[in-house]
Ligand binder design. Structure first.
Ligand SMILES: Nc1ncnc2c1ncn2[C@@H]1O[C@H](COP(=O)(O)OP(=O)(O)OP(=O)(O)O)[C@@H](O)[C@H]1O
Length: 339
């Protein structure tokens, strides 16, 4: 089995020691090529190369940002760069190969499988797959999966806007949540670490500044009742949405890698509406949050959020600018993960 290991040396909890442990452990089980990412977007082009060269596996030691780039590289084989597809299942790639054609029913079969070793700050995708949030322990779990030939096929989300599209592994967001991601990215650019406390503090401070009077967004979609007056929306491909330390945060508790996309939209941003919601999503309850100011979707193949002015947009915790319309699609059976 041939594997390419992508290491982001700049990821929050990645260091030379874990890198060496992983190298030795995976190297004993597979024929391993190691590549360090040197800049933003590098993981996407390396993953696209791994797919083009017929690697069986792409392993990632890094955070959710590096995983996201890797997945986009695997699904958009031209240097990992996406063009806006014209219809469902068309990912802007060149004509399908024989392997792709064989894999029609299960598109994941035509691509390298993925190994995820958590090396970032939150590691939501790895933890959502049930891996321990420790790189050495996660390596042990992955080696066991390799020995037992275990792999899981997961669906992905895809966001499409203007002339671009991008896949996401666990979430996307429009509005307040993306404003907080943008603010934390600004702090990281100034040299601060992205700790759970920093996210919570930034969210609390930013709450004062966010627009709580004029909702910008409207939800539409095939078979979905139109809902206007939405301030913020969380789009989920799995649950939990994120973690505060070890505590899972579950605004869309029914979301899963095996179903379509879920969404939670907020039509009120006042504290009296937010406090019970925050309390609910921090519990382990499988019940959906309740309230007349909430717009909820479960297991949907496609929907669109349109805004009457540009709103902040994030995808897998990566800030992607301000947008006025984003369509979200579920891409079933997109990826095989050794887990
Ligand atoms: N050598 C590098 N120097 C600077 N940035 C890099 C380098 N390699 C990758 N990156 C970028 O760093 C970003 C963040 O990395 P990554 O997600 O792996 O770790 P993290 O930020 O610590 O984790 P999390 O995403 O969970 O917060 C990625 O989006 C990637 O584009």
């Amino acid at each position: 089995m041939r594997a390419m290991l992508l290491v982001n040396p700049k990821a929050t909890t990645t260091n030379a020691r874990t890198r060496n442990v992983l190298l030795r452990a995976l190297g004993a089980a597979m024929e391993l090529t190691v590549e360090e990412t040197g800049y933003r977007g590098h993981a996407a082009s390396l993953a696209a190369t791994a797919r083009a060269k017929g690697y069986d596996v792409v392993a990632v030691l890094g955070g959710d940002g590096t995983i996201n780039e890797t997945v986009n590289g695997l699904l958009n084989p031209v240097n990992g760069i996406a063009a806006r597809p014209s219809g469902p299942g068309d990912d802007g790639a060149p004509a399908p190969s024989v392997a792709d054609a064989v894999a029609d029913d299960n598109p994941s079969a035509g691509r390298p499988a993925v190994i995820v070793i958590p090396g970032g700050s939150a590691n939501v995708f790895a933890r959502g797959l049930g891996l321990p949030n420790d790189p050495v322990e996660a390596t042990g779990a992955v080696l066991e999966a390799l020995r037992e030939g275990r792999r899981r096929t997961v669906g992905l989300g895809q966001a499409l806007w203007e002339n671009e599209s991008r896949y996401f592994t666990f979430c996307a967001g429009l509005g307040y949540d993306a404003e907080v991601v943008r603010a934390v990215e600004g702090l990281r650019g100034a040299g601060r670490k992205a700790t759970p406390a920093r996210y919570v503090n930034t969210a609390l401070r930013h709450y004062v500044a966010t627009d709580k009077r004029r909702p910008a967004m409207t939800l539409t979609g095939p078979g979905i009742p139109t809902a206007a007056g939405i301030f913020m929306a969380i789009i989920s491909n799995t649950s939990p949405w994120t973690y505060v330390g070890t505590r899972p945060v579950r605004p869309t508790p029914w979301a899963s890698f095996e179903t379509g996309l879920d969404m939670l939209g907020l039509q009120r941003m006042g504290l009296t509406s937010l406090m019970p919601l925050i309390q609910h999503i921090l519990t382990e309850s499988d019940a959906l949050p309740s309230g007349r100011h909430l717009v909820q979707l479960h297991d949907e193949p496609e929907f669109t959020l349109t805004a009457d002015r540009p709103v902040a947009f994030e995808l897998d915790g990566d800030y992607l600018g301000e947008r006025e319309s984003v369509t979200f699609r579920s891409i079933p059976n997109a990826l095989q993960v050794l887990v």
